[in-house]
Design a protein around this ligand. Structure first.
Ligand SMILES: [Fe+2]
Length: 245
């Protein structure tokens, strides 16, 4: 699919739900880190990052009032939010997207091993492996980002999130992906993502959603973090054009 069209679609989601911008970058960066750690070649890493960037594209069709509702969603509203999986899948199919990995990310990232997920209630190996792995990343980010009811994030929140994921590894979450994520956290490789991208100010507009741009920015920010030269950039600086390159 044309990258400009993808960019435009995600920009619409971003305008409707600013928090999605930071979420999109973080899950793409976690995907980069884990797939590199799993030994995938650079093209495969970018392929998965491309799919990660698109995973919530169906939110484009969810009403603004529901996406931005500050309080808890009603059961009916949550049912509407859940449709972002199928709506995103259908939209990409209409746009002639045929890549099975991308389509699996979009449709099946809320499926759970025990069949308790949505939209299809798939279980175990019925869930495409890419979606099984990405569900761990998506859930981890949901549990480690700022919410109205969660002000303290960063490594402390990550420890709690990993405890939940480990407790449910094999029942709800892919145990291999959980293990890989936990190992990267233990080695400190996730700290910069947890720290950089959890400003209270949402990333209203990032420089690009193109997977290679995010990958390049990720390598540079990770390098700065490890070298100890990284100032606390925060999302707003990362978002500025030029800092991402
Ligand atoms: Fe989602």
């Amino acid at each position: 699919m044309d990258r400009d069209i993808i960019e435009a679609l995600i920009r619409v989601v971003e305008v409707k739900d600013a928090c999605t911008a930071a979420h999109t970058w973080r899950v793409a960066l976690y995907t980069q880190l884990l797939s590199e750690a799993a030994g995938l070649d650079p093209d495969e890493v970018l392929h998965l990052m491309y799919a990660a960037v698109l995973h919530d594209i169906g939110k484009i069709d969810i009403p603004y009032r529901i996406l931005t509702k500050p309080g808890r969603l009603t059961a009916a509203e949550f049912e509407i939010v859940k449709t972002h999986t199928v709506l995103g899948y259908d939209r990409l199919r209409r746009m002639d997207e045929t890549d099975p990995v991308t389509l699996a990310f979009v449709r099946s990232h809320h499926e759970r091993l025990d069949g308790s997920g949505y939209p299809d209630g798939l279980s175990g190996a019925e869930i495409p492996i890419a979606a099984r792995c990405f569900a761990v990343v998506d859930t981890f980010d949901a549990m480690t980002s700022i919410r109205p009811y969660r002000r303290h994030v960063g490594p402390e929140a990550a420890e709690k999130a990993l405890a939940v994921l480990k407790a449910e590894a094999g029942t709800r979450y892919c145990p291999d992906a959980v293990e890989l994520l936990a190992a990267r956290f233990d080695s400190g490789e996730l700290d910069w993502i947890l720290s950089y991208f959890n400003d209270e100010q949402p990333m209203v507009s990032v420089s690009s959603y193109d997977a290679p741009v995010i990958a390049t920015a990720g390598r540079e920010l990770s390098r700065r973090w490890r070298s100890g030269k990284a100032a606390p950039l925060g999302a707003s600086r990362v978002a500025s054009r030029g800092d991402a390159g």
